[in-house]
Design a protein around this ligand. Structure first.
Ligand SMILES: [Zn+2]
Length: 540
């Protein structure tokens, strides 16, 4: 029996006080249960590491992962496996960083959120994604993934900022709210001061100017305090003025979004206000090139990243594209001389603008348009493409198929050929590129397309496998200021890893022949990844 140094009464007092403190502590009634499991320790024994910091292979290594972190790396014969660790025998397999898809959407237009991609990504070795039309729900997913109650990659969330498609209802709403606020304020002031105003003998003048002044106050309040009509679509902040563009950047920052994405139809003034607010709030800006600005315009404002190589199109076609009187694309003056391409690409390089390439987006559009039947027979498309998108391609009602039929009746190949010319120039110039797919958009399946993009970077762009993989690892992390956390294999970094059978630096296709994926320290052996794929099947 142990004796306490405190007399009983004192102990009783301490105990009851402690109990009372606990009861009074806010939130003590719903203390979340601690995670059932202690973070696991996993050891990869005898692997060849592709660290992706430089082009090299570290042979015969042991990697120790504790919780979600890499805690030790060393030669296999100098390392001891920690007691109780889960051991994965590498036997000479290659351990590389998990991949990132830096341009994707969980839901396609109109951006409803689809959960299915989460497991498709992990099954394909994609441990980080960046959604370019994020919505509040993803913050919840992120928490659940971190807690281990949901399988999925790390998510960077971008707020899409676009001009409101229906400005008229917004204007009517604003005018109405302004009038109501102004009239109420006027009524209050009039009730208090009506006698004194009457005494002045200038009732009409004073009341009139008072009403005008209070309507102005009403307008300012509607602009600042009162939420505007339909300022949010399901994955976008919809704005109708430079003022609102600015407001939405601040709001996105406060809500925890990682970056903002300016969209096509923004005016010069709206874009300028957005960029200024982004600089004030230290918000990263990755987006399209609004037509009103062009490449030089967005560079002048300091946009950090262009999210498709395709966005450069307007720099090469003179007129006819979406703006102005319709001109058959066959008659477009296309200037794709090597000098022109070099000049455009040089602007990206000299301004340090990051380019998220997304060649696969255009390859899918090309395939859908030139041979839809063949495209639909692709095993990945047949098995995993959302059925509504599959049916639309089958029926020819797909958005791209319709748009290009009208605008590019016989000319899409010429359009795609332009990108095939630009990409090698981008490589030669040393533009900072990242890997993206635009998955979610019609016909682009999540996860698998990351491997298509790696293929296109090497085959079309002439990138070496190391350079292509860097676009989806080291560069991707660097673009979001995340290199201290992920993107390469090093002690202290998050354990986002793929264990592959053959050296991926020889051929990017080797990444698809894998033994398993680790996401934030959680190991999914290939059998489990296959079960994720099985769950994700939507086709026959
Ligand atoms: Zn996109």
């Amino acid at each position: 029996m142990t004796t306490s140094i405190y007399p009983f009464r004192k102990r009783f007092f301490i105990l009851t006080s402690l109990l009372l403190m606990l009861l009074l502590m806010p939130g003590s009634w719903n203390i979340e249960p601690a995670l059932a499991q202690e973070p696991e320790t996993t050891t990869f024994v005898n692997v060849n590491i592709i660290p992706m910091d430089t082009e090299r292979v570290l042979e015969n290594q042991t990697v120790i992962v504790e919780g979600d972190r890499i805690t030790a790396i060393g030669p296999v014969d100098e390392m001891t496996v920690p007691a109780g660790a889960q051991v994965i025998e590498g036997e000479g397999a290659y351990l590389m960083p998990g991949l990132a898809d830096m341009h994707m959407h969980f839901g396609a237009f109109p951006f409803e959120a689809e959960e299915r991609p989460l497991k498709l990504f992990i099954a394909n070795g994609v441990t980080t994604v960046r959604d370019l039309s994020s919505q509040p729900l993803f913050f919840q997913w992120e928490k659940e993934i971190a807690a281990g109650s949901r399988v999925g990659p790390q998510i960077y969330k971008g707020r899409l900022i676009s001009p409101s498609p229906d400005k008229l209802p917004k204007i009517i709403w604003r005018a109405g709210v302004t009038a109501v606020i102004g009239l109420i304020l006027f009524l209050v002031v009039w009730l208090i001061f009506r006698k004194r105003i009457a005494q002045t003998g200038k009732r009409l003048v004073i009341n009139g100017s008072l009403l005008a002044a209070l309507l102005v106050v009403g307008y300012i309040l509607t602009r600042t305090v009162v939420p505007s009509y339909q300022s949010y679509g399901p994955g976008a902040a919809l704005i109708d003025s430079p003022w609102e563009a600015r407001k939405m950047v601040y709001k996105a920052k406060a809500e925890g979004y990682d970056f903002v994405k300016p969209y096509d139809a923004l005016s010069q003034a709206e874009f300028g206000a957005l960029m200024k607010a982004a600089q004030e709030t230290d918000m990263y800006v990755a987006g399209h090139i609004p037509e009103d600005l062009g490449l030089e315009g967005i560079i002048a404002h300091g946009q950090d990243e262009v999210v498709h190589l395709e966005e450069l199109t307007n720099e090469f076609f003179g007129g006819g594209y979406e703006k102005g009187p319709y001109v058959s694309p066959m008659d477009w003056p296309l200037n794709d001389d090597p000098e022109r391409i070099e000049a455009v690409v040089k602007k990206l390089k000299e301004s340090n603008t990051t380019l998220c390439v997304t060649m696969i987006t255009d390859e899918v559009v090309l395939r859908k348009i030139t041979n839809p039947a063949e495209f639909l027979q692709d095993p990945i498309i047949e098995t995993y493409l959302r059925r509504d998108q599959f049916a639309a391609i089958e029926e020819g009602t797909d958005r791209h198929m319709r748009a290009f039929k009208e605008r590019f009746p016989n000319n899409f190949e010429r359009w795609y050929a332009l990108y095939e010319k630009i990409l090698p120039t981008v490589r030669k110039a040393g533009v900072y590129i990242t890997l993206g797919t635009d998955a979610g958009v019609e016909g682009i399946v999540h996860g698998f397309t990351v491997h298509d993009e790696l293929r296109l970077l090497t085959e079309t762009g002439g990138y070496t496998p190391y350079e292509a993989i860097a676009a989806g690892t080291k560069n991707a992390a660097g673009s979001m200021d995340g290199l201290a956390e992920w993107g390469t294999i090093a002690v202290g970094k998050r354990a986002d890893l793929i264990l592959v059978n053959k050296n991926p630096l020889e051929d990017v296709a080797h990444i698809q022949d894998k033994q398993g994926v680790m996401a934030a320290g959680r190991w999914y052996p290939e059998a489990e990844l296959q079960s994720f794929l099985k769950e994700s099947v939507v086709g026959p």
